[in-house]
Design a protein around this ligand. Structure first.
Ligand SMILES: Cc1cc2nc3c(=O)[nH]c(=O)nc-3n(C[C@H](O)[C@H](O)[C@H](O)COP(=O)(O)O)c2cc1C
Length: 354
């Protein structure tokens, strides 16, 4: 496997420089053509036909530069962003740190991105097909953060397949306060109205933190259901540092992702699934790095799953390995469709402590 030979060299670079290099290579090379995945992995959700349930999580292709290359790697969908209305530089570097012993990353990028107009134009010019969502957030210095999200609906309705509303990044001061119930119900109601008024209906999913307590999770689900939000993405990075043995970097501020996030984010997902029943589409993300962990996320309650940090450690072949591994698992379990196993372990996961 080539990546295992290249990884020590890539890891000599600062994490953000390595990421920039990867995006450049993917953007220049001919996009690998998506191969059809096993029909048993397909899902029809949000009015869209997902060829398989594995997506590339937000933050990898922040500016929509490599969507077709990512789809060619085997992903069933790609989430671009977070994009803010105006371009912004983000926090001072260094701001991304690897914790190899824990197969984890801490980042405090702070929404560095090209802004709505550049990214929307890039998506409009895409040649490939395949499902692309856009994750939106407010500018750090915005006077009206809710208006920034709402502007994303009209800006991206024609060029994206779904909109993810990021109220859970730990790296924009005060952002996560939008998850408090009064602020959130006001924001989500405005978004749902904007969606219903747009020329083309774009499904809206709200992306939450894995650090919400049971009461906050319940309030978020209730609000999403009552205003008619389409789904939830569970979860963003955590501000906790439990279980880290890689002490060198554990003290860096920012959001922690990768293997140490798997348990916490899966328990939160299962709780949301139990509260929402089948009325919300749920995307499970956090710590997936194999077909086995993707399977566990799905049986805990995820209709769709996403990865980011796992790819840093396992390489670009991970998507294909997960998709193939999920199909093999269906064979072994004698199940005819991946949809049939969604949430079958939700009760057990929801009973565990985070
Ligand atoms: C370097 C980096 C940048 C990220 N940027 C974003 C972002 O811009 N918006 C967002 O919603 N999530 C962002 N995330 C969070 C991921 O989308 C995902 O929710 C989280 O990393 C957990 O998944 P993982 O363990 O597979 O990485 C970022 C994660 C990393 C590691």
């Amino acid at each position: 496997m080539i990546y295992s030979l290249l990884r020590p060299l890539i890891f000599l670079l600062d994490a953000e420089a390595a990421h920039r290099l990867t995006v450049r290579v993917l953007a220049r090379g001919p996009a690998p053509r998506p191969r059809p995945s096993d029909a048993r992995l397909a899902r029809h959700l949000l009015g869209l036909d997902f060829p398989n349930p594995l997506g590339l999580a937000a933050g990898f292709d922040k500016n929509g530069e490599v969507t077709d290359a990512a789809l060619g790697l085997g992903f069933g969908f790609v989430e671009v962003g977070t994009v803010t209305p105006r371009p912004q530089a983000g926090n001072p570097r260094p701001r991304v740190f690897r914790l190899p012993r824990n197969r984890a990353v801490i980042n405090r990028l702070g929404f560095n991105n090209d802004g709505f107009d550049v990214v929307a134009r890039r998506l409009a010019a895409r040649r490939g097909r395949g499902i692309v969502g856009v994750n939106v957030g407010p500018n750090r210095d915005s006077a009206d953060r809710a208006a920034d999200y709402v502007a994303g609906v009209s800006r991206f309705a024609a060029v994206a397949d779904y909109l993810a509303v990021n109220v859970s990044s730990p790296n924009t001061p005060g952002l996560r306060d939008l998850q408090a119930s009064a602020a959130l119900s006001d924001l989500l109601a405005r978004l749902a109205r904007a969606r219903d008024a747009a020329a083309r209906r774009i499904p809206i999913l709200v992306k939450i933190a894995p650090d919400l307590d049971a009461a906050a999770l319940a309030a978020t689900v209730e609000t999403s259901l009552s205003v008619g939000i389409d789904g939830m993405i569970v979860a963003n990075t955590t501000v906790t540092r439990d279980g880290l043995t890689d002490r060198d970097r554990a003290g860096e501020s920012g959001g922690l992702s990768g293997r140490p996030l798997f348990h916490r984010s899966t328990v939160a997902l299962a709780k949301v699934r139990r509260l929402a029943g089948n009325d919300l589409v749920l995307v499970g993300v956090g710590g997936i790095d194999s077909a086995a962990t993707a399977w566990d996320k799905i049986t805990a309650g995820a209709d769709l799953v996403q990865v980011y940090t796992g790819m840093i450690y396992e390489g670009p072949g991970l998507a294909r390995r997960i998709v193939t591994g999920l199909a093999e698992r269906l064979d072994r379990e004698g199940v005819v469709s991946i949809a049939d196993v969604v949430g079958r372990e939700a009760d057990r996961w929801a009973g565990l402590d985070a």
